[in-house]
Write a protein that binds this ligand. Structure first.
Ligand SMILES: *Cc1c(COP(=O)(O)O)cnc(C)c1O
Length: 437
């Protein structure tokens, strides 16, 4: 059974560098190879895979390759990809210690390594969730319970109906998933704070009069900007407020000695959301919900049932909204182990250097770069038609956005395998697309 899998996987990876990156494709083309009416009889596994591989091919995006700059998309490190494939083979239920002692201990160790490389308190807890969306929802659910407790309300006992008003505050440039996370956990949209021209919160705009939840951001999806965490943390501490940091990709700046200044004050926050499937270059789906107060994290997420025997071992279900789930900690463990501290710092720095190279080449070619390129994001003034031309060309892929009323394209360099040559080829394709047909 695994032979055809490895053959298909090898062929895909071997062609990845040369494959057009995300050419537009009509769903009809995909349906033509896939939309069979479901037959009565079982089908041979090898034939199922052959048919699936052929059917999906025109719709596979080379996001695992070196010239995909859309959204914030990491490649998958070989060790992480391998561990993730083994996680499927082992088919562990990472829910509890008894359901997989291996998954419990690996997540316990990966937790320690994550806190170490990010410079976060060693006593904090990490839940291995699907992505930053769920990391935000998990952290904010813990925050909600703790801050409402400070206001004299027990959410676990009494629910939310009838609870005292809870102020939730975020920057005007907070990520869309902060809004959805608040919606999931029964809270109203946040009050918005003014931001500067890069999208970072103006710390002076924060006026707290008591317990509240403040959502800061480390790494704006358009500009890469960081909210000023040091003054925000100080203000929160003084008011008894909870500071949550959405650092889906930007949190990894903490792992690089040369970028760490961007996240000064980071360790004084109460919770942090990060993605492993973005800048740590782990395959999807992999996010990290990190909470300074382990007991509060467990109180908000944990399970009790007659069939769950209490034990001193790590119970992964204490830290995530899911019960049964895939053992996604294996890939995080493998990524950190294969990179080491210096390899991770180099990965972060290399991506930032590539972003700077993009900015130089594009400016030299007459394009207008709209952001201060201090991280891995480059924002280039461009009409939507120019974005479509880049996508149709296939040299690289990036998406469009609107920044302060101006249509733009977003370049996010987040993969370990991108080279100077990839940047040069892509910059040429982008300039050609901006100049016109
Ligand atoms: C990507 C991103 C998210 C959402 O992460 P998912 O992994 O897509 O769930 C949240 N916040 C920021 C700042 C992001 O860049």
């Amino acid at each position: 059974m695994l032979d055809p899998v490895f053959r298909h996987a090898d062929a895909y990876l071997a062609g990845l560098d040369d494959r057009p990156v995300g050419l537009p494709v009509e769903p009809e083309l995909l349906r033509a190879g896939l939309a069979h009416s479901l037959q009565d009889e079982p089908m041979d596994a090898g034939a199922v895979l052959d048919e699936l591989v052929a059917g999906v091919d025109p719709g596979l995006v080379a996001s695992a390759g070196p010239r995909y700059f859309g959204f914030v998309t990491g490649q998958a490190l070989p060790a992480a990809r391998g561990a993730d494939m083994l996680a499927a083979v082992w088919d562990q239920n990472a829910f509890s210690y008894v359901s997989s002692p291996a998954a419990a201990v690996v997540e316990e160790i990966a937790e320690r390594w994550v806190l170490d490389v990010l410079g976060l308190p060693s006593t904090a807890s990490v839940g291995f969730v699907t992505g930053a969306q769920m990391a935000n929802a998990t952290c904010l659910a813990v925050a909600r319970n703790v801050v409402l407790a400070r206001l004299g309300w027990d959410v676990a006992r009494d629910g939310l109906i009838g609870a005292p008003p809870l102020r939730v505050i975020a920057g005007a440039e907070a990520h869309a998933t902060i809004f959805s996370a608040l919606r999931f956990i029964g809270l109203a949209p946040p009050e918005l704070l003014a931001v500067d021209d890069q999208g970072a919160i103006d710390a002076g705009a924060l006026a707290l009069d008591g317990p509240a939840i403040v959502c800061a951001q480390a790494g704006n999806v358009n500009t890469g900007a960081f909210d000023p965490l040091e003054p925000l943390a100080a203000a929160c501490r003084e008011a008894g407020a909870w500071l949550h940091v959405d650092g889906a990709f930007g949190l990894w700046a903490a792992a690089s000695p040369s970028r760490r200044r961007l996240v000064a004050g980071l360790s004084d926050a109460d919770s942090w959301a990060a993605d492993a499937h973005k800048w740590l270059n782990v395959p999807y789906d992999s996010g990290l919900a990190i909470v300074a107060d382990r007991e509060a994290h467990r109180a908000a997420m944990g399970l009790t049932a007659a069939y769950l025997v209490p034990s001193d071992h790590r119970q992964n279900y204490d830290y995530t909204p899911e019960a049964s789930r895939r053992a996604r900690g294996f890939a995080v463990y493998a990524a950190l182990r294969s990179l080491g501290r210096s390899g991770l710092a180099e990965l972060i720095d290399r991506c930032c250097d590539h972003a700077a190279r993009f900015a130089v080449l594009l400016r030299e070619g007459g394009a207008e770069v709209l952001n201060e390129v201090s991280l891995n994001q480059v924002l280039v003034a461009a009409a939507p038609e120019a974005v479509a031309r880049v996508q149709a060309d296939g040299t690289c892929w990036l998406g469009g956005t609107v920044w302060r009323g101006r249509p733009a394209m977003r370049i996010s360099v987040s993969g370990y395998g991108t080279t100077d040559d990839d940047v040069d080829r892509s910059a040429a394709a982008i300039l050609a697309a901006i100049t016109g047909p």
